[in-house]
Ligand binder design. Sequence first.
Ligand SMILES: Cc1ncc(COP(=O)(O)O)c(C=O)c1O
Length: 352
Amino acid sequence: MQVPIRLSLKELEEYKPGKLVKGSIKLSSNENPLGPSPKVLTEILDSIEDGELPLSVYPWERTEELLRERLAVYTGMGKENIVIGAGVDGVLDTLVKIFIADGDEAIIPVPTFSLYESLVKIAGGKPTYLTRESDFSISVRDLISAAGEKTRLIFIASPNNPTGNCISADAVREIAQSVPEAMVILDEAYVEFADSSLLKEVKDQDNVLVLRTFSKAFGLAGLRVGYAVVPQWLASMYKKVSMPFTVNSIALIAAMAALDDKEHLRRSVELVKHGRKYLTENLQLKVYPSQANFVLVDVAPANSYEVYEALLKDGLVVRDCASFRGAGNSLIRISVGTQQQNEQVVDAFKAF
Ligand SMILES: Cc1ncc(COP(=O)(O)O)c(C=O)c1O
């Protein structure tokens, strides 16, 4: 006999990551095609060799602090405003634990990153889905009217996954001021590829925070390092709720080395901006304007699964967006790759 589990978990679906098919080109998870800075590997090996990174010892608090100091410089915010976690995923896990109890609500404009809704459901909360407009922007008026007494979180990815568009600072301010008893979570996982950031809103509003990651522009998705810039009142609560040693010693060293290599970051961002433009101009389909390291393509009247399968046969793994709530079944998300990979994508679409 099975021991009863919490009722709220019964409907839960497993997170479906971008597929990895051996021998194929993976353009399904928005990773960095250049990989991390070569300095990351050198730094890790040197630190182990000279004893600075003893693997038998728990991560040092001082190393965490050093990373937060470097992030303070990188973001232009105070060290006391920065908290870290095992990727944005790990940071979100802690934040949802802080804000969502049984019956609390969270507003999620869809389509978007599916982890938001899973975490809210796991915590016993209730997601309120808000359908984005036809250009995937968010109606601020509709969002504010969707908020109720029990709304504690509002999730806004900017740039948004899978649509690639951003929200304006004015819209964020209006939302934050109209719903002061909810925390506005701005997920900037892709911000390095965008024209601007919303970090300033954390300085100006007590109920706004920004999430960032080393998984995308810094090429460290495998090491799981993320952070949040939060109002100071939230930082000490975050530390109480977060798992201890959530970012491992190798990841801490790697993140600092990645931050130091500004030239690698510049090259990675440049490659994406160039490739994004190339894909947008050459795919000969409706490509939504993107501020991220992927493009969203509407393949209607074809079906997204049919196109996904056809590309897979050509050795290209892209993301069929049918699994995103509210995305319909004609959208394909393609991570920007190297120029050669992007050309392969264009050729495959032409053949299709
Ligand atoms: C909007 C968004 N946030 C967060 C993540 C996950 O980031 P991390 O690898 O830091 O957990 C992703 C991953 O694709 C994403 O698209």
